[in-house]
Design a protein around this ligand. Sequence first.
Ligand code: GDG
Length: 509
Amino acid sequence: MNHLERDEITMEASVDRGEHHNLVIVSNRLPIVLSKSRKQKWTVNLGSGGLVTALAPVLRDRGGTWVGWPGTAEGDTQEVNTLLQKHNKSIGYKLKPVHLTNSEIENYYKGFSNETIWPLFHDLIDHCKFKPEYWEAYQKVNKKFAAAVKETINDDDFIWIHDYHLISLISYLRKMGVKNKIGFFLHIPFPPTDIYTRLPWREEILDSLLEYDLIGFQTPRDRRNFIISVRTLVDDPEITGKGQVISIKRKSKVLRAGVFPISIDANEFANLAKTPEVRDKTWYLHENFPDQKLLLGVDRLDYTKGIPERLRAYRHAMRTYPELHGKLTFVQVVVPSRRDIYKYDALKMEIERLVSEINGEFSADGWVPIHYMYRSLSRSELSSYYSAAEIAIVTPLKDGMNLVAKEYCASNIEEQGVLILSEFAGTAAQMKTGAILVNPHDTVACAEAIFQAVHMSAEERKTRMRKLRRNIRRYDIFWWVESFLESAFSTDLGSFPVVADYNPLTDSG
Ligand code: GDG
């Protein structure tokens, strides 16, 4: 959707997005990257993700604060505070750091957030650790964040809390007497009830979620799972409405629960793909892989992303369709993440073993089947790979949304790429008509999808990619911010632009 169309929607509905309220964003990490040189000199760079791009202008316009952990270790507190104060002016809004001790990083961040909630909410119960000391630290840090938020807010501010690290924050804010309107957005999936109920602290987490004024989910599937858990664990909830936003009344408290699929700045990705730097690099990539199609995977190192399963599917494709040898190269970028959690080391070893086995089995003169990179790419490098790849393969076992799928399509300005997408990515709900949907556990079907993508006609590729790009342009990151804020302040339920084309596999509204 272009700005004009967005304005039309605004005019039609004459909506209130709480323009008169300052915004306080709270997330585990501040939207900055701080680094210290060998000579102990600090540098501050603004993060480049979609969330920062979308929220920064709103924060600047309305005035506001971003509260979060600066990502630094214990001991750097004073220096970081001074540094951030200096940067508040140039950034255009206030950054309020919450410092964590080493033990909090261990138990709240790596522990409860990433070894309990993260795997549980992605249905991977075998990866979960349910340690009381993790839970205690999670509570302690959520309380610490609450104190920092309380220090920074005025009565009329809208507080928007992000993600699974900070679910309990509202309970502490309310206990501290904070009466402001508070919204929460869950970036990861919400699990089915039989999985959710394994959590020893399921009542406490659900009670906190029910305290918010508005809670945003990525897909109807997640909201449906949440509602079933509420019906199962909570006495007499009254659930009304249907559509993008519904209402859940419990005792006298009303919570709105909405579906807001997060997105990207689609124009920015399209424009980046048109720059001379990216065009040149794309051209070199084609030169380096002559007469070959590129199949691209880009993922953080994480067991939810289905990287080993994908490698097995590629191996199956190579065994089943020898005509692909020398014609298709798999470029897999794995971005280092959560390095000091044991499971991630084991995953890296498994990926590297598979890559080397597959390359050992099929490499031939002038062709190596998998081009593997374990590092982060610059934005322009990433854009070049998106532009150069004839096929992108995005096959998480489960994913809240998956922005890589959207970025690939937005960057595909020639509209000739093919997207192979997991049914279990949140993105599938929006992209089912343009992408080839697969079950990532089905090695044979994924191999067939690769073969189908390689042989798809130019006409079909164009039709599918156009649909995908239209959807992503229409429901971009700006739509996401606006519709969340609109839902927080509007008095109507469900009267918002609803995302079309949901996947029946993942959606029942
Ligand atoms: C969580 C949820 C949800 C990747 N490699 C490079 C690079 N990236 C950037 C991509 C993309 C981002 O990282 C990854 O986003 P995803 O959405 O794919 O996944 P998570 O990190 O797991 O994010 C997810 C998201 O939150 C938002 O709500 O969609 O479901 O799990 O933007 O571009 N960026 C650069 N170099 C790389 O090598 N510069």
